[in-house]
Design a protein around this ligand. Structure first.
Ligand code: ZN
Length: 340
């Protein structure tokens, strides 16, 4: 009951990559880099376990960026052809590789990471993979000429990958779709269908993470333009309620999302963001508990998973660890009230 988890990422140790940076370059190379990544995963698992996080992730310690970590392993995407594009409806600029042919997996993408994480924790294990629409929005298409067709091919290969990861003992597959809060028409027309294709036939638990982005300036500026009530979820949640996806991870803490919108999710699991990643201020366990109690007014506790709003990769490790602690302690507070 009220099992805790995180959106996915944690900051990397400073010996592995420069802190407080997205797309940070690696500080090691060759065998030292491979060993450093594995050590960082063990530390990320340890920090989560210490904080009382129930469903743990690898902290995304082995990828430079949550989208690149996946697409770097695909054929049909050329990283020698980097183009600067505006992503998330031009909210910020990113250097994007070019799609030059049909997208295919070159081989397993995250198999080694899941094997390593699985061997280093006994807790339920979650892995994140970028969702089809978010990948489409973070690469430059020079081949398909249709965001939908590219997304459907990506969904098919995500599904192949997911089936292998499930066989390796992965408990929860989460697809990250921040683009779902930006392209509402595309979500309706093909975004949810692509998600459904990506999780087709899986027996492990699944979830989709939809947020308002990392706590970086481009996102906090954008949030200022969204008004006093953020109602993007109101359009997507009914469609997700009818989808195959098992759960939805959303941003609640410190946001202008009306919490009642989670009532639109039907019988889905709800990963309630109770930790704000856009501030270094550490939540108290009482504040976390208050968000959980609010969520319980709209969704039964059995379907609530206290979580972070988004990834914590841009934060310092000390702040991230303290926020993990608040999340674990806040959920424990509510469980005690419920006598569990
Ligand atoms: Zn996020």
């Amino acid at each position: 009951m009220l099992e805790t988890t995180i959106a996915g990422s944690l900051p990397k140790p400073e010996w592995l990559a420069p802190p407080n940076t997205l797309w940070a370059p690696w500080r090691l190379e060759g065998r030292a880099l491979e060993e450093g990544k594995r050590d960082a995963v063990r530390l990320a698992l340890h920090d989560q376990e210490q904080a009382g996080i129930d469903i743990v992730t690898d902290g995304e310690q082995t990828r430079r960026h949550f989208v690149w970590g996946f697409v770097e392993q695909l054929d049909g995407i050329d990283f020698s052809k980097l183009v600067t594009i505006g992503i998330r409806a031009d909210r910020y600029k990113a250097s994007a590789p070019t799609v030059t042919g049909p997208v295919r997996r070159r081989g397993p993408v995250h198999g080694d990471e899941v094997r390593w994480a699985r061997a280093n924790t006994v807790r339920p294990l979650k892995l994140t993979i970028p969702g089809p629409m978010t990948i489409v929005d973070t690469i430059h298409d020079g081949y398909y000429g249709s965001r939908e067709r590219l997304a459907m091919d990506l969904a098919a290969l995500i599904n192949e990958e997911a089936r292998e990861l499930e066989a390796l003992g992965l408990d929860v597959l989460q697809l990250d779709e921040p683009a779902f809060n930006v392209y509402m028409d595309e979500v309706r027309d093909w975004g949810v269908a692509a998600l459904d294709r990506a999780v087709e036939g899986l027996r492990c638990r699944t979830a989709v993470h939809i947020c308002y982005g990392y706590g970086i300036k481009a996102n906090t500026d954008w949030k200022q333009t969204l008004g006093s009530e953020w109602r993007q979820y109101e359009q997507t949640f009914p469609a997700l309620a009818r989808s195959r996806i098992g759960g939805v991870s959303l941003e609640c803490a410190g946001s202008h999302v009306p919490i009642a919108l989670i009532g639109l999710l039907g019988d889905k699991d709800v990963l309630v963001g109770a930790i704000d990643v856009a501030t270094d201020r550490i939540e108290t366990p009482g504040e976390v508990a208050a968000v959980i109690r609010e969520a319980m007014k709209h969704v039964p506790a059995a379907r609530i998973f206290p979580c972070t709003n988004c990834g914590m990769v841009p934060l310092s490790r000390a702040v991230a660890r303290a926020k993990l602690g608040a999340l674990g302690a806040g959920a424990a507070l509510v469980r005690r009230e419920l006598g569990r």
